[in-house]
Design a protein around this ligand. Structure first.
Ligand code: UD1
Length: 417
């Protein structure tokens, strides 16, 4: 097996880590740049696989996109939507984000279905429904989504579910041109607020992000500029969960604790001592953790589905039984089979996992099959007895920049081979 991470666990984690910009903010921000004909700099950009894939998509349609240090320089003056190829868009789910911006600027979009996903079906019916509400004619031809926005005006979209991606796509679709777009039952994630701030910084007119109703007034054009996205709340929470399993103390900076309250509350219930400060959190774990009665994933401000695997890994060796309910994605417990190989006692039925905390996990050979499930294996291995060899590291690389370097900085015995 190539590209593995090897961890010898049970070493205290101590020190400080600074998180980069949030992957889930930067991805739609990059797509948003398609709407401007001026140069835009996005600072604090994470060097991770999903971002490189979006950069490739921008280049493939004739845009300029180069990562200079941790600043992404983008200029989409010469973008040509006719150049979008199925090869690229079918490789990454987030490619669906280019639909709204391309429609806003060029009035026409023709893309293939976005990349498949390991955690569930992830349909895009809400994106399509919303675009139709805005006057876009959508047809599906040979697996391609063909959107004619020549008569796009604006309109009211009532989302059946507060989908993050659909909310972002529809916000962007409404930015340029005539009309007012209203999105009801909009997602309220911090990344949605970040996208609003970015669009408004570039000269757009969006209000209401962070609430259930978002209003977008069309403008003639967007300008350029520099922007720093919010920190990655999921990466930060993953580091906290690792300190939870291994014990120790760490200061995680570059993150707004307001974005993490649901996670912090459950971690405190498990026995982690956590202080919040303006730019981050400090965690201290001295004793064996306790089980948490119930954790249910929900749209923000509820417990994030993207932290469900990592907190389950943390609770696998806690004292008592925890019940984890996954409400967002139907196949998000696959990684539990790998934790069971490490000695965890977990029973999964449909969308519920019952975790009976064991005295300790042990190292073995495991396989990451998706991004956050892979991060959960790292979290588990850092607290496990002996050596864990984790394969499928490319999944983890989608969302974490050199995860082994981050944990090595905290004192973990972790290497990539
Ligand atoms: C985003 C995040 C992802 C996170 C998820 C939920 C990015 C790049 N990704 O994904 O990390 O796990 O939010 O917080 O920001 N749905 C439909 N039809 C649609 C769209 C979604 O049924 O058209 C369903 C999905 O199957 C899922 C639920 O809505 O059950 C939530 O999905 P959504 O919020 O859209 O997630 P993403 O935007 O794909």
């Amino acid at each position: 097996m190539k590209n593995q991470i090897i961890i010898r666990g049970k070493r205290r984690l101590d020190g400080e880590l600074h998180v980069t910009g949030a992957k889930n903010s930067v991805l739609p921000l990059i797509a948003c740049c398609i709407m401007s004909e001026k140069e835009i700099h996005i600072h604090n950009c994470p060097s991770i696989a999903d971002i490189f894939c979006m950069i490739e998509i921008i280049r493939s349609i004739g845009g300029y996109a180069v990562l200079e240090g941790d600043t992404l320089v983008i200029d989409c003056k010469n973008a040509n939507p006719k150049l979008v190829t199925a090869d690229l868009t079918s490789g990454i789910r987030s490619s669906v984000f280019i639909l709204g911006p391309i429609l806003a600027r060029f009035r026409f979009a023709d893309i293939s279905y976005p990349g498949g996903c390991e955690i569930g079906l992830r349909p895009i019916d809400l994106h399509i429904y919303g675009l139709k509400c805005l006057g876009v004619k959508v047809t599906e031809v040979n697996g391609m989504i063909v959107c004619d926005g020549s008569e796009k005006t604006g309109g009211v979209v009532d989302l059946d579910f507060p989908s993050v991606g659909a909310t972002e796509n529809l916000m962007m679709a409404g930015v340029l041109g005539m009309g007012v777009t209203v999105i009801r039952n909009a997602a309220r994630e911090p990344e949605i607020v970040d996208l609003q701030n970015f669009i408004n910084y570039l000269g757009g007119k969006v209000s209401g992000a962070g609430t259930g109703v978002i209003t977008v007034e069309g403008v003639a054009s967007l300008h350029g500029g520099e922007y720093t996205p919010i920190g990655d709340r999921i990466a930060a929470a993953t580091y906290l969960a690792a300190v939870g399993t291994a014990g120790g103390s760490a200061r995680i900076t570059g993150i707004d604790p307001e974005h993490m309250h649901a996670v912090l509350q459950k971690m405190r219930r498990a026995g982690c001592k956590i202080d919040e400060f303006a730019d981050g959190v400090f965690i201290r774990v001295t004793d064996r953790l306790r089980a948490v009665h119930k954790i249910e994933t929900q749209p923000f401000p509820g417990f994030p589905t993207d932290m469900q695997p990592q907190i389950t890994a943390m609770l696998a060796a806690a004292d008592g039984s925890s019940c984890i309910v996954e409400n967002l994605f139907e196949s998000r417990f696959k990684y539990t089979a790998q934790l069971i190989k490490m000695g965890a006692r977990i029973i999964v039925k449909d969308r519920v996992a019952v975790v009976k905390g064991v005295n300790g996990l042990h190292g073995t050979q495991v396989l990451a099959e998706d991004l956050r499930g892979g991060a959960a294996l790292v979290v588990a291995a850092l607290g496990a007895e002996g050596e864990t060899v984790i394969g499928g590291v490319q999944h983890i690389d989608r969302g974490y920049k050199n995860i082994e370097e981050s944990f090595a900085r905290l004192g973990a015995d972790i290497v990539r081979v």
